[in-house]
Design a protein around this ligand. Structure first.
Ligand code: ARG
Length: 484
C-alpha cells in the first residue's frame, strides 16, 4: 500500500503508523455511532474555546469568524440529517473537526490549539449531562405534581397501611401518595447536587498536564454557563483529574438508580393494587395490554416494565463504577465506555418519569384545560380492605393507655380481644360493648369512635402523621414548594 492510500485509510494522526486498522478494530474502537449524539455540546464547546483563543490572540479574529461560519454550516447539516458521519474518523470530535477543515481550511486546523480530545470529551459529556439533568428535574417536578393532585382529591379515602404486607393501620390514600412525593423530592435534590459537580469545566487540561498556551479557562467556563450560584466560573483545578474524572457520571447514575428504585416500588404497589384481589386502582387502558390467549386480561405492562428497567439502570451504575476502578491517571480509552450506559440511563429515566406522570395524573385536555385519563381510585374497595385485618387494634390499645393501663398490658388485652373477634369472624368495632368490657372494664361507649377507621385516622394528628389535617398541611407545603 502506498503512503497516500495509507493516509486515506487510517486515522487523522497517521504519519507515524505503518499499517491501517482492520475493519474489526475500527468498529471496535470507534464511538461515532453513539457519541454523535453529543454533537451540539461538541460544537458549543469548540465555539467557546475558539472565542477564547481569539480573545487571547492565540488565533486571529478571522480564524474565529471562519470557525463560526463553518460550525453554523455543520449545525445545519447535522440538523437536516445531511452530515456524513464517518466510522473512519472514529468519534464525534474528529468527524466535526474534519468537516470544519473541509469547509473553512486552515482555521479549522487551528481550532485544536491548546486542546486535546481528552479535555474536549470530558467537557462535552458534562455539558450534555447538565442539560439533561435540567430536563429530568422538570420531569421530577411534573411527577410530584401529578401525585399531589391525585392526593388532593383523596385525603379522606382510607386504605389499609401495611407492614410486612400484613394489614397494619388505616392510612389516608393521599398520605400514601405523598410518601412518594417525598422520595421524588429527594431525587430532585440529588439531581441538583449532581448538577453542581457536573457543571465544571475540564477544558484547558489539554491531554493531561495543561497547555503551553495562555488560555483563559474562566472565560470559557463563563461562556458555557459553567458558573456557580454567585456567577463565579467553575473550572477543574487539576488537569490530570480534569481529563479522567467520571465521578459525575457515576453519581448521576447512582441518583438515577435511586429514582428508578422509587418508581419501581410505586410500580410494585400499582401492580398489587390493580390485581383483582385488591382492586384499589385502575390505570388507563393505554398503559396496559391484553393477553393473546386470555381474553379477560388487562396487564399492567407499564409498571412492570418500569420495575424491570430499574434493573437495567442499576446495571449501568455497576458498569460505570466498575469501569473506573482499575484506571491509573490520567485519561484511558476505557472512558469511552462511559457513554452508552450514561445515555441509556438518561433515556430510560426520562421516558419512565414522563410516562408515570401521565399515567398517574392524566393528560391536559386542550379544550377543557383539565387533566383527564389519570389513575382512578376505588375508595370502597380500599375501605373494605381496611376493615379486614383489625387495622384499629393499636387504637384500642392506645385507648386503654389513656385510661391508665401500661402500654404492654393494653397490648395484651387487645390481643385477646382480636383473638375472640377472629373466632367470631367480626371486626373489633362489631363486638358488643359488653363483650369488649369483659377484656377490660375501663372500656366505655366512646371506644367505638377510636375503633372506626375515620377515628383512627384523625387521631394520628402529629407532624408527618396520616390525620387528614396533617395531610392537608403537607399538600399545601408541596404546592408552595413546587409552585402550583
Ligand atoms: N472518543 C473518545 C472518548 O470517548 C474521545 C477521547 C479520545 N482520546 C484519546 N486519547 N484517544 O473517550
Amino acid at each position: 500500500m502506498s503512503k497516500n492510500q495509507l493516509d486515506q485509510k487510517s486515522q487523522a494522526w497517521s504519519a507515524l503508523f505503518s499499517e491501517p486498522m482492520s475493519d474489526l478494530v475500527k468498529r471496535y474502537t470507534s464511538s461515532v455511532f453513539f457519541d454523535k449524539r453529543l454533537w451540539q455540546s461538541d460544537i458549543q464547546g469548540s465555539l467557546a474555546h475558539a472565542e477564547m483563543l481569539a480573545a487571547q490572540k492565540i488565533i486571529s479574529s478571522q480564524d474565529f469568524a471562519d470557525i463560526q461560519r463553518g460550525m453554523a454550516q455543520i449545525t445545519d447539516e447535522i440538523s437536516k440529517g445531511q452530515f456524513d458521519w464517518k466510522l473512519d474518523l472514529e468519534d464525534v470530535h474528529l468527524n466535526i473537526e474534519a468537516r470544519l477543515t473541509q469547509i473553512v481550511g486552515d482555521a479549522g486546523k487551528r481550532l485544536h490549539t491548546g486542546r486535546s480530545r481528552n479535555d474536549q470529551v470530558a467537557t462535552d459529556v458534562r455539558l450534555w449531562l447538565v442539560s439533561e439533568i435540567d430536563l429530568i428535574s422538570a420531569l421530577l417536578n411534573d411527577l410530584q405534581r401529578s401525585l399531589v393532585e391525585v392526593a388532593e382529591d383523596h385525603v379522606e379515602v382510607i386504605l389499609p397501611g401495611f407492614t410486612h404486607l400484613q394489614v397494619a393501620q388505616p392510612v389516608s390514600f393521599a398520605h400514601h401518595l405523598l410518601a412518594y412525593v417525598e422520595m421524588f423530592a429527594r431525587d430532585a435534590e440529588r439531581m441538583a447536587d449532581v448538577r453542581r459537580r457536573t457543571n465544571r469545566l475540564p477544558l484547558g487540561s489539554a491531554a493531561l498536564a495543561g497547555t503551553t498556551y495562555p488560555l483563559d479557562r474562566e472565560r470559557v467556563a463563563k461562556s458555557l454557563g459553567m458558573v456557580d450560584e454567585h456567577g463565579q466560573a467553575c473550572v477543574s483545578q487539576n488537569s490530570l483529574d480534569g481529563v479522567s474524572d467520571r465521578d459525575f457520571a457515576i453519581e448521576f447514575t447512582a441518583a438515577a438508580s435511586l429514582c428508578m428504585v422509587h418508581i419501581s416500588r410505586l410500580s410494585e404497589e400499582l401492580i398489587l393494587w390493580m390485581s383483582q384481589n385488591f382492586g384499589f386502582v385502575k390505570i388507563a387502558d393505554r398503559f396496559t395490554t391484553g393477553s393473546s390467549i386470555m381474553p379477560q386480561k388487562k396487564n399492567p405492562d407499564v409498571p412492570e416494565l418500569a420495575r424491570g428497567k430499574t434493573g437495567r439502570v442499576v446495571g449501568h451504575l455497576m458498569g460505570l463504577i466498575t469501569l473506573m476502578k482499575g484506571q491509573p491517571l490520567a485519561y484511558n480509552k476505557d472512558n469511552q465506555e462511559d457513554k452508552e450506559p450514561l445515555f441509556d440511563t438518561v433515556d430510560t429515566l426520562k421516558d419512565t418519569l414522563r410516562i408515570f406522570s401521565e399515567m398517574i395524573g392524566g393528560q391536559i385536555n386542550v379544550l377543557s384545560g383539565k387533566k383527564e385519563g389519570g389513575m382512578t381510585v376505588n375508595a370502597e374497595a380500599m375501605q373494605a380492605a381496611a376493615k379486614k385485618g383489625y387495622a384499629t387494634a393499636t387504637d384500642l390499645a392506645d385507648y386503654l393507655v389513656k385510661k391508665g393501663l401500661p402500654f404492654r398490658d393494653a397490648h395484651e388485652v387487645v390481643a385477646h380481644a382480636v383473638k375472640t373477634a377472629q373466632s367470631e369472624n367480626l371486626d373489633l368495632s362489631e363486638l358488643p360493648l359488653a363483650n369488649l368490657q369483659k377484656f377490660n372494664p375501663a372500656i366505655e361507649k366512646d371506644v367505638f369512635e377510636c375503633l372506626s377507621l375515620v377515628g383512627s385516622l384523625k387521631a394520628r394528628n402529629t407532624l408527618g402523621g396520616t390525620a387528614p389535617d396533617q395531610v392537608r398541611l403537607q399538600i399545601a407545603s408541596h404546592h408552595a414548594r413546587l409552585g402550583f
